[in-house]
Design a protein around this ligand. Sequence first.
Ligand code: DP6
Length: 418
Amino acid sequence: MGEASKKWVLTVTAQTPTNIAVIKYWGKRDENLILPINDSISVTLDPEHLCTTTSVAVSPSFDQDRMWLNGKEFSLAGGRYQRCLKEIRSRACDYVDEKKGVKITKKEWENLHVHIASYNNFPTAAGLASSAAGFACLVFALAKLMNVKDDLGTLSSIARQGSGSACRSLYGGFAKWIMGKNDNGSDSIAVQLADEKHWDDLVIVIAVVSSRQKETSSTTGMRDSVETSMLIQHRAKEVVPKRIVEMEEAIKNRDFPSFSRLACADSNQFHAVCLDTLPPIFYMNDTIISCVEKWNRSEESPQVAYTFDAGPNAVLIARNRKAAALLLQRLLFFFPPHSDADLSSYVIGDKSILQDAGVKDMKDVEALPPPPEVSDKIPAQQYKGDVSYFICTRPGKGPVVLCDESKALLNPETGYPK
Ligand code: DP6
């Protein structure tokens, strides 16, 4: 290639959602390929409130693969990144852009370097499954750039090798990660169970908890569980297979009582496995569970499902907007912000739920009465400042390519961060 032809830069920008498992993945049977010991099912969260945006660029002028995360350069040396890059490159196809006068053959992709810039629209420190959206977005964006023709199932199996839960972020709505049987992982892929319109009554409220101790990473935690817990074997072999069938059925029929029962039970069993691990792992904050459990039991049927990941944040799924408004009233009563906080930064995302709850400002929060399920004899305990903020959201769509140039994180002329 001559000097003049070194000038071109091609870029693609994509946006990918996070997901929250309602039947958990916990435990690998192969650490390198990231193959799980059971199937899992997740809900995709609306990317408007929680997503990763990734721009990727290729140019003959780049001399190495480089990545920037939230503006800072980040090493791609890790095995998980290398594996994803290698898998995508091996599937690249011929690419022709007549206008730019660019032609890249399948073979040439192997020697071209890429720049990657990624940004989360939520604080990474909040511990909200940023690796799932991140790896899914990386794989999706690179696949578009390199004209990869394989289907989403294949892309999911590549994202899986970045982080297991990432494979479920390639779909909107509800996704299932099928554990597969093959030793090479070729059948360990994610599929969509239903799109985001299928059950759009659901409202999701995430409680981001304030005090965060140093947590055990999912990768280390589940490795310890597999090595030391007896309960995890029983869970993977006997419990999860039945729950997967029931959960698929509950989603298909929009059967909230079953959905809630299964999601709560599975989150609790995942935490039982954590406690059964040596050394024991403590992730969950049970004050939120008690509040939801008490309310659900006082109603004829459950109003809210809860699920916790590898951290103290709670993800609460309300059966509809009405239940979400009642939930928010309860959450604001039990977990009020510090007095100097303002409501607009305490409840973020879809703020219309606040209106439904009839809460306009901090005065309204202070005036909230204890919910009826709280007994008159024992005064309700409140946990001021325990929650740092709430995010109101809903089930959302899968990955998309963003064509709007202003959303790109890399300069289209240079291929470096803007
Ligand atoms: C508790 O996908 O983060 O969120 O595969 O080692 O990267 P690695 O782990 P990761 O684990 C997620 C565990 C979980 C449950 C779930 O998302 O299913």
